[in-house]
Design a protein. Structure first.
Length: 408
């Protein structure tokens, strides 16, 4: 009997969770308890399973979220997660079938974009996804990190409950300004802060620091834990930043200073940071900050170019005709984009193309994270009219690097 791909039923949620724990190497978390916790959160019509007889051998889920795009403007995107196939059923085309079903359902719902975070880079390009917002991992030599600017306001150690209370509001302020951000719901906060046991408990000993401005208003927070280590009675202790979120420049500086100035701390490590971090520019010796790595994080798949391209804003007024290739067909066609800083229109056209590009290239440039020129060099796009790539790049550029700091 062929493997069946379908939405799961409520009674199948524990098995679905048990199935995804295998490829994700999840050792903790009782599937029954996890199912009870997640039932109210999940739209089961968007939770797919692959069924080989009685064996649930594949999982796939999507949910609607709001993505901040240049402007800033806000677009509903389908966020894909929980993608697994059991090792016993791998490379038999099950992911391909689950993905095809989910993208088709997104198109039918009118979602213009799908987004995801790839466990392994090569998986998703074949389905039209491309890296659109990168991350960096930073390591700071705390002993030589001397700040040229001290930042304003005060910092205060607070309980987790205080952060749970003020964190969402602060994040919303950042999300509304930061291209590449997505929404965080109550469940995200409860599980991330360890208030609700999601099966992957946060490390012990997390500290929360709240920044307040001169008027006492919260403007940012830092959460961290410390890995203490001594060698020959010299501290090699590392402070690990979980999140440093700042609504103001003062909060940004003051919270980084806090992290770098905790006694005994030799190194500060921070993952999932923006590629456009101001930290090195705040230090007497910028080399105290090392970029450990820069990696892809948010992948974008354009499903409806007319809606997606009209939704964002552009650096200047201009027109460009894009001929989009898409093997799956969803985004294929020729589109005239009339772009501008205050609004944009995009519609199918018969006009000559200025640029021909793969749907992956459209996803990659959508948030301004890479230039079309680079993608032409990589063979992902071709210039059809002289100067068109330069013109398109001048439109698509973003005034700030896209950054998504929310795992999903
Ligand atoms: C990734 C995973 C879901 C793939 O499932 P699968 O059913 O084996 O994938 P499919 O058989 O549908 O593969 C479709 C295509 O993708 C390719 N592919 C699948 N997984 C790949 C990987 N990890 N790296 C490179 N290519 C991969 C296949 O070779 C196939 O290529 P083709 O189009 O040239 O034939 C599965 O290997 C898995 O569960 N991995 C561990 C958990 C994980 O990483 N999940 C993804 C979270 S983002």
């Amino acid at each position: 009997m062929p493997v069946e791909i379908r939405a799961i039923e409520e009674s199948e949620l524990p098995r679905w969770i048990a199935a995804l724990q295998v490829p994700f190497f999840v050792a903790e978390g009782d599937p029954g308890q996890q199912a009870a916790l997640r039932r109210a959160q999940y739209d089961l019509a968007r939770c797919r399973g692959a069924f080989d007889g009685h064996t649930l051998c594949g999982t796939f889920r999507s949910f609607p979220t709001e993505l901040t795009v240049p402007g800033p403007q806000f677009v509903t995107a389908s966020a894909i997660t929980a993608v697994t196939v059991l090792p016993t059923h791998r490379r038999q085309g099950l992911l391909r079938r689950m993905m095809a079903a989910d993208l088709q359902a997104s198109v039918e719902r009118g979602e213009a974009l799908s987004i995801l975070i790839a466990s392994e880079y090569p998986i998703y390009g074949r389905f039209g996804f491309a890296r659109a917002a990168d991350h960096v991992g930073l390591s700071v030599d705390a002993s030589s990190a001397r700040f040229t600017h001290r930042g304003g306001g005060t910092v205060e150690l607070v309980d987790r409950d205080v952060l749970r209370n003020v964190g969402p509001g602060l994040y919303e302020r950042v999300r509304h300004a930061q291209v590449g951000s997505i929404t965080r719901n109550d469940f995200w906060w409860d599980t991330t802060l360890g208030i609700v046991d999601a099966g992957w408990p946060p490390p012990k000993g997390i500290r929360y620091v709240l920044h307040r401005d001169g008027r006492g208003e919260p403007q940012g927070y830092l959460s961290y834990h410390v890995d203490e280590k001594w060698e020959d009675r010299v501290s090699e202790t590392t402070l690990v930043v979980h999140e440093l979120l700042a609504c103001t420049d003062d909060a940004y500086v003051r919270l980084w200073r806090y992290a770098c100035e905790v006694d005994w701390v030799a190194t500060v490590k921070a993952e999932d940071r923006s590629i456009d971090e101001a930290l090195p520019w705040l230090l007497e010796d910028a080399r105290a900050v090392r970029q450990q790595h820069r990696t892809d994080f948010l992948f974008v798949r354009v499903l409806d170019p007319s809606v997606a391209l009209a939704a964002r804003r552009y650096m200047r007024p201009g027109r460009v005709v894009l001929d989009v290739r898409d093997d799956a067909g969803h985004a294929a066609g020729r589109f005239a984009l009339d772009a501008g800083p205050d609004g944009a229109a995009c519609a199918r056209t018969d006009a000559d193309a200025d640029v021909t590009l793969d749907v992956r290239a459209l996803g990659a440039i959508y948030l301004g994270g890479v230039s079309l020129r680079t993608l032409v060099a990589a063979g992902w796009a071709e210039e059809e009219a002289p100067g068109a790539v330069r013109r398109a790049d001048a439109l698509f550029a973003s005034d700030a690097a896209p950054w998504c700091n929310t795992w999903f």
